[in-house]
Design a protein. Structure first.
Length: 152
């Protein structure tokens, strides 16, 4: 399982003094970028191939409050892949104090900066993405699931 641990900072808190929604998003982005970097898919790789990941949809389910200055461990699992390998669904699970605190499901694609459209990821990237541990509820994504708004 791919995972990374972060320390919650003062700037990650909202007016209620718990982790802000935007901090969950930022931590998830950092987790994905740390994963890419750890397997050699650096910013230089993305620049060389003129590609970038684009988030189409993400949804969060908050379970337990994460306290200021605590550590949070975020995991990454593959939940689904479209038959044409263009659409990928992943899940982040956020753990604090060993307890599941939040879940984020998200669908993203790889975007060609040159052609300004979605593409199938280059082989090295596609292999890295599809080698992530599959979630228990992994499935092939249908066009209906991808295009339907507000699905997890």
């Amino acid at each position: 399982m791919k995972k990374h641990t972060f320390k919650i900072r003062w700037q990650d808190l909202d007016a209620n003094r718990h982790v802000a929604n935007t901090a969950f998003m930022s931590l998830g982005i950092d987790m994905r970028m740390f994963y890419f970097e750890s397997i050699g898919l650096t910013q230089a790789y993305f620049a060389e191939h003129q590609i970038g990941p684009v988030m189409l949809r993400e949804s969060y389910f908050y379970i337990k409050e994460i306290m200021p200055f605590s550590e949070v461990t975020i995991t990454l699992k593959l939940v689904g892949l479209s038959e044409d390998n263009k659409f990928m669904k992943f899940r982040h699970e956020y753990f604090s104090g060993g307890e599941l605190s939040a879940v984020c499901n998200f669908i993203f694609v790889i975007f060609s900066l040159e052609h300004r459209k979605m593409i199938i990821a280059p082989d090295k990237l596609l292999t890295a993405l599809t080698s992530v541990e599959k979630a228990d509820d992994y499935k092939v994504l249908t066009k209906n699931e991808i295009k339907r708004p507000w699905t997890n």
